[in-house]
Write a protein that binds this ligand. Sequence first.
Ligand code: ATP
Length: 230
Amino acid sequence: MSLLKLTSVEAGYGASQVLFGIDFQINEGEVVTLLGRNGMGKSTTIKTICGLLKPRRGSVRFNGAEVAGMATERISRMGIGLVPEGRRIFPNLTVYENLVAFARPGKWTLEHAYKLFPVLEKRKDNMGFQLSGGEQQMLAIARALLTNARLLLIDEATEGLAPLIRQEIWRCLHEVKKEGQSILVIDKYVQNLIDLADRHYFIENGRIGWTGSSEQLSEQPEIWERYLGV
Ligand SMILES: Nc1ncnc2c1ncn2[C@@H]1O[C@H](COP(=O)(O)OP(=O)(O)OP(=O)(O)O)[C@@H](O)[C@H]1O
């Protein structure tokens, strides 16, 4: 059984439909990506999975249960954790307070998170707003890990970061993967995603256009060109 399975999902905003029948699945322990040009529906798919947007049609099954249309809070308690685009950390709470705000018991503990991101331990008494962009991103990832979600959704974690900081984020995601964490990643750096993930889905105009393994994707650069080229 898949951990997450979307079948014929349609969604949109008011009169504009964005998703026209999305089908994909993630198995336990897999790292899967959603790729596509700007505006193709990646973030909309993530919002639909975590309940921020109600699908108009189709099914979203998590761990065997239908979650389409459920409240965000309930979906989160069922085990889907979001690292949102733009990080959304609490600027006026300390790093420590941010980390424990939504923490739930499980294998991801505060100590474990500090081991993965030593800078967060050094900065634990600093306020969120005092952190650099890279540190804020690490905090957003660590905060989501501490919810002990079975599935993490990570939307554009490397956006707006300098190359060296991006490398640090990729390194951390590799560590998280090694722990067996299931992750859905949205990002634009295909080579880094091929190195990190097991499988990929390319989205175009609200539909999945291509899916395959990292090996298949690295052998077919024309796929990148077709779905990501301008
Ligand atoms: N809150 C909203 N209200 C109305 N339209 C929206 C809203 N959010 C997104 N859209 C529109 O939905 C379409 C898909 O947006 P979405 O954010 O899912 O794209 P994306 O693939 O994640 O790309 P990006 O990298 O630009 O975020 C776009 O045309 C966008 O303008």
